[in-house]
Write a protein that binds this ligand. Structure first.
Ligand code: AMP
Length: 196
């Protein structure tokens, strides 16, 4: 039976997965279905870049190279966003990406007596990932979707973000792995199932 979702109580979900796994697309759908706000650190950074803020100017070169923006900057950005949310109904997309970010998030949530309800890992094989990202490059023209940068972002994912699979896997509620192959509707059905 589907879990009842009340939109006036806290709910925190976290999406993990390599670049190109479909996190952004699935996050949008899930947010609509559950009345959550999508907190994408990548989107927040891109807004800074397009608005030409100081943070945006510093972040652009790092993003264009497929490297990670510093933990301090990211954590401060997320903290500010969470503080203005009442109730906290959020889906983290592309955050945390390092162990330091995950630990900082745990601390922030503990201070507010909150916890992550579910961590969802979208799994897609590597050939499909590169193909999807190259296609997105054609459609959206993102500066960080060239083949060289895509390969670096994969490497960064494997070295800096993948350890979080264990980090969350060892927690009491664990991690929910979802097959991210196939069309958008099929994947979102699988996600809804693991959350029910
Ligand atoms: P995304 O849209 O999530 O793929 O993010 C695009 C780029 O923004 C990444 O390649 C990083 O350079 C930067 N970025 C986004 N989220 C984070 C994060 N949580 N920590 C560090 N850098 C990030």
């Amino acid at each position: 039976m589907a879990k009842e979702t009340s939109f006036d109580t806290a709910e925190l979900l976290l999406f993990m997965g390599p670049p190109g796994a479909g996190k952004g697309t699935q996050a949008k759908l899930l947010c609509e279905a559950r009345g959550l706000e999508q907190l994408s650190t990548g989107d927040m950074l891109r807004s800074h870049v397009s608005e030409g803020t100081e943070l945006g100017k510093k972040a652009k070169a790092i993003m264009d190279a497929g490297e990670l923006v510093s933990d301090d900057v990211i954590i401060a950005m997320v903290q500010a966003k969470l503080e203005e949310m009442q109730p906290v109904r959020v889906l983290f997309d592309g955050f945390p990406r390092t162990t330091a970010q995950a630990e900082a998030l745990d601390e922030l949530l503990a201070e507010a007596s909150l916890k992550i309800d579910s961590v969802i890992l979208l799994e897609v094989n590597e050939d499909e990932l590169v193909e999807r990202l190259l296609q997105r490059a054609q459609e959206q023209g993102r500066d960080d979707d060239t083949e060289e940068v895509i390969r670096n972002r994969m490497k960064v994912f494997h070295t800096q973000t993948a350890p979080l699979i264990d980090y969350y896997g060892q927690k009491e509620d664990g991690i929910k792995a979802v097959d991210g192959m196939g069309d958008v509707a099929a994947v979102s059905e699988r996600i809804a199932k693991v959350l029910s």
